[in-house]
Design a protein around this ligand. Sequence first.
Ligand code: BGC
Length: 747
Amino acid sequence: MKTKVNIYISGILIQLFIIFFFVRINFPQSSSKEKSDAIEKKVADLLSKMTLDEKIGQLVQFSGTNDDRDELVRKGFVGSFLNIRGASEVNRVQKIAVEESRLGIPLIIGNDVIHGYQTTFPIPLAEASSWNPDLVTKAAEIAAWEAAANGTHWTFGPMVDIAFDPRWGRIAEGAGEDPYLGSVMAEAQVKGFQGDNFIGNHSIVACAKHYAAYGAAQGGRDYNTVDISERTLREIYLPPFKAAVDAGAGTLMSAFNDLNGIPASANYLTLTQILRSEWGFDGFVVSDWNSIAELINHGIAKDKKEAALKGITAGVDMDMAGDVEAGNVYLPNLKSLVEEGLISEEIINKSAERILRIKFRFGLFDHPYVDSIFFAKNIPSREERDLTALQLSRESIVLLKNEESLLPLKKELNSIAVIGPLADNQEDPLGPWSTNPIVEDVVTVLKGIREKVSDGTNVTYAKGCAIESMDRSGFDEAIKIARGSDMVIMVMGESRDMSGEAGSRADINLPGVQLELIQKIYELGKPVAVVLMNGRPLTIEWIDENIPAVVESWFLGTQTGNAVADVLFGDFNPCGKLPVSFPRYVGQIPVNYNYKSTGRPHNPDQKFTSRYIDYPNSPLYPFGFGLSYSEFKYSNLKLQKLKMKKNENTKATIDITNTGKVPGKEVVQLYIRDLVASVTRPVKELKGFQKIELKPGETKTIEFNITPKMLSFLDINFKEIIEPGEFQLMIGGNSEELLETSFEVID
Ligand code: BGC
């Protein structure tokens, strides 16, 4: 009898299982609305069980673990850590949070995964030079896999600060000077890091930083004051953040800088009014390292308690208490601020809610631990990771000059001298913010060249000089090998720590005696190619005037040497385009392409116009510029309509022909100018681009959709409008060489 009952019960269970299984696989998964409602419910339930201390705990982030902090985690007083890496340490401290704290809320572990984790991709400024968002997404996806495998749930990236000023070292970490390109790159990275709504436990939460306008630091000096108009803020600096938010970025980081008198980490306008009310962002904001405590240095808070008050009321949810001595203002102060009635508990609830929402949305409650077996089985293969890095590195290289087609070189040359402090260097090509690279994996330019040339080619190497010192003792050896060679390749530039955070320079020439060495080698009369490695535009007028071939390689990461050699020897046809203008001289800065006309537009022949008397206004290399081994001819620019209503779309077409001898890729760029508007508009603004590939002799007709969005701007009340009138449309291969036409917009 007992057995019969058992059999009967098992039968029911099997049927139930089948029904359950059938329902699971045959009916659509819950809609995203249902999913987000479910998350909101979980957040509310959890919040209702939390004490004030526990809620404040979610708002606290420490750098690194120790015994005292383990104890705080156990009490539920820590929401996050940064700078801990490796599955075992992350799982250890996570276990305390999940299994030993009262409510078992998992920690979110953040790290700076800026351009790769182990596989190091090109620095972001270089990635932007590829104008290839799909490849940038792929790189971010790989970075996410590697970081997640090592316990990172959250990256402090992408860095989406627009920067015009190459003196600012952090220009290396962003996408350059243009809000449109910056927005495309912001979206590409968010998608890569986060995947589709965090599906799969190999994605990581993105953090768009540094909010806001950190790139406008006066004089290009890091951490310096930013004083810009609200128009400039909204037109230039905010769009990439908006793009990141629209792409679903879970978090933002509030910046260090003063912003028009209210530091960015206490700025209600940007953190609450714009971000939450106007854009509807429902994720959380983390401060930059100690940036709430630094409100004291800014002179808007008398002590840490007031700093905490200003940070939380402006809308900074989490305190990155980086340097615990100076930082850590929320944990010790928020409770008393509530108890004294200086802030409401509701403010703490809101911040805790936003943090919990992201933890739920990211799936941390379901998968708090790193599952190393999953990663060992599923992480993209070494080969796939390297190939992605190689392809992105190749596409990030910008050919700046190539007189008489000196490049590409023949692999069968008799002898090549490779010279320069960056030629046989594995550290510096990693660039600033390389998270966990294996330095020995970095392919140097020397190695790349040696592996590329024929067996009969004699490749010799001399360092010649150091990156920064004034020591000329290596010159003789370099001159000797150059004299004995058919071709000289000089690999020159900056060290990786000369850009990135705290890497501002007042002089952006090649450092040390490098230019002097180039000049000495040049005097020998040998063909010379200069390969540059640097985290910012450099002033290289002499090189541009005298050296026939110049290759900008930025910092390309792990695959540096392979990518550079592919370009030098023609296995890859360069196709990168500058995301930032190169000044001729530091005194010209800023030389961005999207300037305003002024009342006295520049005329080189008329004194009383907006110009310098000692230098041209123009940059050495403009935004969007980059050569190829192919040549591209633009013709036949046409518009479907020459007159259109404000809310209509139209199409522009243009023919592009590869008149060169090799297949090549070209970035076709579209710029628009609103000729008369109620607010002054830039002389041109990038509004679209397409990267295309053409065989020799091939012509393609490229079509762009011209949408109302491309014609709009912010009126005097910062409302987006389109005003009737004449517009200029320009298409070409860089921001200066463009075909033009115009059209009219009517009411
Ligand atoms: C930087 C941020 C970075 C943070 C954490 C700060 O100094 O400004 O970009 O994410 O440190 O490492």
